[in-house]
Design a protein around this ligand. Structure first.
Ligand SMILES: Cc1cc2nc3c(=O)[nH]c(=O)nc-3n(C[C@H](O)[C@H](O)[C@H](O)COP(=O)(O)OP(=O)(O)OC[C@H]3O[C@@H](n4cnc5c(N)ncnc54)[C@H](O)[C@@H]3O)c2cc1C
Length: 179
């Protein structure tokens, strides 16, 4: 056993090699060299594995130069979703810097509501775990079975807050005697 060591992960990092107009033929870039994300979400190796499968598919389907070109484009698409997921989550923290993905506030509000729902709803929990482990598409969190429950909980919460704020305030009983 070694002694305990700590690590710092200063930032998510993504390189858009797929956008370059000039790129060396047959050079393959994958894994963290393309996209390296906050390890607390545990998606880096899954993304690498998906990319490795895609590389195999490209090599089987095309000659080397074309396979490398096709693969570079495919990697750009593969990392898009996990990149959006982790950067949205990171933007919950005010210290996070960078360009905010569109709709990030709504996505984070909705995801928090799904998390709350998972305390009592096994179906929502399994769907959320599937999304976190990249077995299910994030849009499965927005299917009616979950979205309607999230909406109902949000309406209940809103009504409860409104009722609480319109309830009469308790009177303070000052017992100052006047002479
Ligand atoms: C603390 C931590 C926890 C993580 N937990 C999870 C998790 O739970 N689940 C998950 O899916 N992902 C997790 N990840 C992410 C995952 O480890 C990475 O996404 C994955 O290892 C990337 O694989 P890679 O092959 O691209 O890079 P790496 O695994 O970093 O491999 C790169 C290799 O290249 C070598 N190398 C570098 N420079 C040179 C050089 N000049 N010459 C020769 N060799 C070189 C390095 O020594 C290294 O062995 C975690 C990451 C960290 C930092």
């Amino acid at each position: 056993m070694t002694s305990i060591t700590t690590f710092r992960f200063p930032s998510n990092q993504r390189r858009h090699y797929e956008r370059l107009r000039r790129f060396p033929d047959r050079l393959i870039v994958l894994g963290d060299a393309v996209s390296s994300v906050n390890p607390i979400y545990g998606q880096g190796m899954t993304v690498c594995a998906i990319e490795a499968l895609e590389l195999e598919r490209c090599l089987r389907a095309h000659a080397l130069t074309r396979a490398a070109h096709k693969f570079r484009a495919a990697v750009g698409r593969i990392v898009e979703l996990p990149w959006m997921l982790v950067t949205c989550e990171d933007f919950r923290y005010p210290q996070t810097k960078g360009s905010r993905p569109p709709g990030v506030d709504f996505i984070n509000w909705y995801t928090r509501k799904v998390h709350e729902l998972t305390a009592t709803d096994a179906g929502a929990l399994l769907t959320l775990l599937g999304v976190m482990q990249m077995e299910r598409h994030p849009m499965s969190l927005y299917r009616p079975g979950i979205a309607l429950k999230v909406l109902a909980a949000a309406v209940r919460g809103f009504l409860a807050r409104r009722k609480a704020s319109s309830a009469p305030q308790s009177l303070s009983h000052d017992t100052e005697s006047s002479s």
